[in-house]
Structures are given as structure tokens and as C-alpha cells.
Design a protein around this ligand. Structure first.
Ligand code: TRP
Length: 332
């Protein structure tokens, strides 16, 4: 029996951080042998909000690929695909654009929030507004049935499902309708307590951060603003340091005990932060080691992407051909 397929991806605009890790990378690593897994380096999508910095996008591609490998993806099991080298995705996008209204894209909560963050207003690039449509092409091109994503991407996968249903209703069952897959920790706050960790927000901890940089970010973290002294009772809920411990500390019993003492005013913030620094170091050390090895082998990383893209492209070609045939155009 052939395995079901996973397709997920990253916009290469910089290195990956812990938000990417908990939102999507952990699911990729966990499911990579159970599913036929495809990871897209979405450079075309990255251009939708970096149109004037193609060099930045280009240079981020191997960085993101190395982050994926360092986080535990097995190059023997996973297919890495460069989006710009699969023009069939762009072709599908053009067909799908006719199945989506402007009003629907403007209502998409993810697009709305990202537009607000970037301050676009009416000056939003059309490509950016329409990125959920090209993401529908990413997902359907490879016939993926499962899409591991962070919480912020759920509305984008929902958009894909709508496009699939509409196309299948109009032209027959051509596309696979995908399901999103949320990880146990679908969202991680920024170290400053902002709802989301983001590169431009400067509130992220990167998978490739050296120990002292990661530690400095932990020391910056928001704790409990109502607490003045270590002997005051502390709040665990809404406390960024505990949100991270919840996400990463494998010793759940020890963590529960620490929370209890914190609530009673028995632990200083610094002690909680030191525990988090140790926990993150356990997680990041092996990632850092693997990444340093990969950095010594740029041709290997390049070749992996080239071969993966070559393997993947015929799948996308077959999907375009099926769609076009179902619509009955191009039959002259
Ligand atoms: N939009 C995703 C993000 O910003 C990246 C992405 C591109 C993606 N294509 C995808 C995610 C396809 C899942 C499936 O993180």
C-alpha cells in the first residue's frame, strides 16, 4: 500500500526559530517515516512580501534546509523541493485564482493579521494577498492529504480545502482534500510576550543560536508583571517562561512542582529562567552540532535539494494535466 503524503513548507526569509520548531518541525520529524513527506522551500511565496530582496530569499534557502535537517529530518526519507523550480505550481495557481473571490481573501484571518503586522493597508501586493491560493497549489500539486502547520496557518489550509471542494464539484474528483495537522504546541509566544514569535519582531530564539544568545533571550523573557519580589505569589498562566517550559521541559513532574512553589512565592524568576536555559540547551545542542556539520558540506545540501526537486516535479506535472483535462481546455 502506498503511504499517504505530507506536504508542508517554509518561507525562506531567514533561519528557523523555536516557533517553527513547535508548530511544524516536530510533526515533520515524528511523521517522516509514516508518511511520504515533502518539504517545500517556498521561495516564490517568500517573494510575496520580499519582492525587492530576492537575494535575501535566495540565500535563506540552504539555511532553512539545514535547519530542517538539523532538527531531525532524515534526508533519506524526506523530499525537499524548491518551489521556484516547479513552475507547475505557478500554473495551478493561475487556475485556482479564478475560484476565489477578493472578498474571501480579504477576510482570511491569517492574511488580515499579516497585512496588519506589515502595515500594508491598501498597498498590499496582489501576490501577497493571494498567497493562500498559491499555497493551495503547493499542497494539491503533490496530492498531499496531511499538512502539518502551526495554528496561524489553519485559515490558509481551510482556503485550500475550499478551492479543492469547488474544483472537484465543478470538474469532477481531481484533487485530494487535505487535513491540517496541529502539533501539541501549535503556538509559542515571543520572548517579549507578543502573541507570535517572528523574525522581524526580534523576539525569537533561533535553532542555530549559540548558547549565550539563547540564554540572553531567556533572560529577556517576560514573567509575571504583578510580582515585585521572589517571595510574592507568582502567576504561571500568561508567564512566558512557563509557556516555554510547558513546551520543552521533558520533566513534567519536576515542572509541576516548580509551578506549585512559584505560585506560593518560593522561587525567584531567575531560578525559573535558569531551568529553561538548561532545558533549551539540551534541545538545541544536538541541533547545533548537526547544523555545523552541514555547514561544512554546502554541495551536499545543494544536491539534496536539486534531486528532491527533480523527483517531485513529475507529481506536480501530473496534477496540472489532470486539472486541465478535467476542465476540458487545451484539447485542440
Ligand atoms: N505559509 C507558510 C508559512 O508562512 C509556508 C508554506 C508555504 C507552507 N507553502 C506551504 C506551509 C504549504 C504548509 C504547506 O509558514
Amino acid at each position: 500500500m502506498t503511504r499517504q503524503r505530507i506536504l508542508t513548507g517554509d518561507r525562506p526569509t531567514g533561519r528557523l526559530h523555536l516557533g517553527h520548531f513547535v508548530g511544524s518541525l516536530v510533526s515533520r520529524v515524528r511523521l517522516q517515516y509514516e508518511y511520504d513527506t515533502y518539504v517545500l522551500l517556498a521561495d516564490v511565496q517568500a517573494l510575496t512580501d520580499h519582492a525587492e530582496q530576492p537575494a535575501l530569499v535566495h540565500d535563506a534557502v540552504p539555511e532553512v534546509l539545514m535547519d530542517n535537517l538539523a532538527a531531525g529530518l532524515d534526508p533519506g526519507a524526506v523530499t525537499f523541493v524548491l518551489q521556484s523550480a516547479v513552475p507547475e505550481i505557478a500554473e495551478l495557481t493561475l487556475y485556482y485564482l479564478n475560484l476565489v473571490t477578493l472578498a474571501r481573501l480579504q477576510r482570511n484571518p491569517t492574511v488580515k493579521e499579516e497585512m496588519r503586522q506589515k502595515g500594508y493597508g491598501a498597498q498590499v501586493p496582489v501576490g501577497f494577498l493571494a498567497y493562500p491560493v498559491s499555497q493551495a497549489a503547493d499542497i494539491t500539486a503533490f496530492g498531499a492529504s496531511v499538512v502539518p502547520v502551526g495554528e496561524d496557518q489553519l485559515p490558509v489550509v481551510e482556503q485550500t480545502r475550499e478551492i479543492v471542494r469547488k474544483l472537484n464539484r465543478l470538474f469532477g474528483p481531481v484533487l485530494v482534500e487535505p487535513e491540517p495537522l496541529l502539533s501539541p504546541v501549535p503556538r509559542l509566544p515571543g520572548v517579549d510576550g507578543a502573541a507570535k514569535m517572528g523574525k522581524t519582531l526580534g523576539n525569537a530564539i533561533y535553532l542555530s543560536d549559540p548558547p549565550e544568545v539563547a540564554a540572553r533571550q531567556v533572560m529577556r523573557m517576560y514573567t509575571d508583571p504583578t510580582r515585585l519580589r521572589a517571595t510574592d505569589p507568582g502567576h504561571v498562566e500568561g508567564n512566558v517562561v512557563f509557556a516555554y517550559l510547558d513546551a520543552f521541559d521533558p520533566d513534567t513532574e519536576g515542572l509541576a512542582a516548580l509551578k506549585a512553589r512559584y505560585r506560593e512565592g518560593g522561587v525567584a524568576d531567575v531560578a525559573v529562567k535558569e531551568r529553561l536555559i538548561a532545558v533549551l540547551e539540551e534541545l538545541l545542542r544536538p541541533i547545533r552540532v548537526r547544523r555545523a556539520e552541514l555547514e561544512q558540506r554546502p554541495e551536499y545540501v545543494h544536491e539534496l535539494l536539486r534531486q528532491g526537486t527533480e523527483r517531485a516535479r513529475p507529481l506536480a506535472r501530473a496534477t496540472v494535466d489532470r486539472v486541465v483535462e478535467a476542465m476540458g481546455i487545451r484539447q485542440w
